[in-house]
Design a protein around this ligand. Structure first.
Ligand code: F6P
Length: 322
């Protein structure tokens, strides 16, 4: 390979810039050309390319978001869209790709690789941590730290006013942000899409803990089957009209901000590995880190998340939140 194209796609996540920086500098280290592709698959189709040098990625390791911008592309889902993208890449002599993103990004990369055979490896970039084949995704650590920072503040008000707060966190299909941030903030309950939410049991639990606790925090993932924070608040208010209940939806603040050191180092390791793997002829795989070591997972498997939630963490919630 001679010219690597790098792009970010899907929802942005803190640490994507650190990953881009690592890919660019590693490619240059090995005397390869590297081209930035703007706005993910949309930019690939539109031929939005940027020649990258060492200085193009200076001073970005600490920045949230993605300097290459990102998008969720409808056109790339079509055969014609992918053909246009391939032609654009060929016209620039881009002969390998590093895709940074989540399940949507890898679904696209898998189809593209199967259709055109262009070598492509993926780096897990999403705050949701919902990919199989890596202990952590780039951005997850920053997001859960943002959540605990916010919930600690909410706890001050909850404590002062003897209130119950229902805090909704991100995770359309995944409760992993809720799970870890819930443990980290000592939440009284954590509701996630991977396990069936039993509102009756939740209310019974509140009944028991109500008397001796002045503040309560329930963390709910946006994709939980109980219908979101407002619906749960309605149920609580009906059963306990005297509990002063409030809802707080944290939203996109969870996606922004400077990446934590963990995310910067993770992104740097993965970015270096991506280029080295392409050089060695690897393709069609997501590169992650499992038990401290670089790990490869075919795209088709990486996107099969939500099969298992860490049982140990669930048990911890049960024991500690009473
Ligand atoms: O996949 C990351 C994520 O932040 C999810 O947790 C969330 O459901 C979704 O993206 C929101 O996407 P958008 O920014 O397009 O509304």
């Amino acid at each position: 390979i001679k010219n690597i194209g790098v792009f970010t796609s899907g929802g942005d996540s803190p640490g994507m810039n650190a990953a881009i920086r690592a890919v660019v500098r590693t490619a240059l280290y090995y005397d390869l050309k590297v081209t930035g592709i703007l706005r993910g698959y949309d930019g690939m189709i539109g031929g939005d390319f940027l020649a990258m040098e060492r200085r193009s990625v200076a001073n970005i390791i600490q920045r949230g978001g993605t300097v290459l911008k990102t998008a969720r592309s409808d056109e790339f889902r079509t055969k014609e869209g992918r053909k246009k993208a391939y032609d654009q890449l060929k016209s620039q002599n881009i002969d390998a790709l590093v895709a940074i993103g989540g399940d949507g990004t890898f679904t696209g990369a898998k189809i593209f690789y199967e259709e055109y055979g262009l070598p492509v490896v993926g780096l897990p970039g999403t705050i949701d941590n919902d990919l199989l084949g890596t202990d952590f995704t780039i951005g997850y650590d920053t997001a859960i730290n943002t959540v605990i920072d916010a919930v600690d503040k909410i706890r001050d008000t909850a404590e002062s006013h003897d209130r119950l707060f229902i805090v909704e966190v991100m995770g359309r299909d995944s409760g992993l942000i809720a799970l870890r941030s819930g443990i980290g903030t000592g939440a009284e309950a954590i509701l996630i899409p991977e396990t069936k939410t039993d509102i009756k049991a939740l209310l019974a639990r509140l009944e028991v803990s109500r008397k001796d606790k002045s503040s309560k925090i329930i963390i709910v993932a946006e994709g939980d089957d109980a219908g979101g924070a407002f619906e749960i608040a309605k149920n609580v208010k009906e059963k306990f009209p005297l509990i002063d209940t409030r809802v707080s939806v944290l939203g996109h603040i969870q996606r922004g901000g400077a990446p934590t050191c963990m995310d910067r180092v993770l992104a740097s390791r993965l970015g270096v590995a991506a280029v080295e793997c392409l050089k060695e002829g690897k393709t069609g795989e997501m590169i992650g880190i499992v038990n401290g070591k670089i790990h490869f997972t075919p795209f088709g498997q990486a996107i099969k998340h939500n099969v298992d939630v860490n049982k140990e963490l669930l048990k911890i919630v049960e024991i500690l939140s009473l």
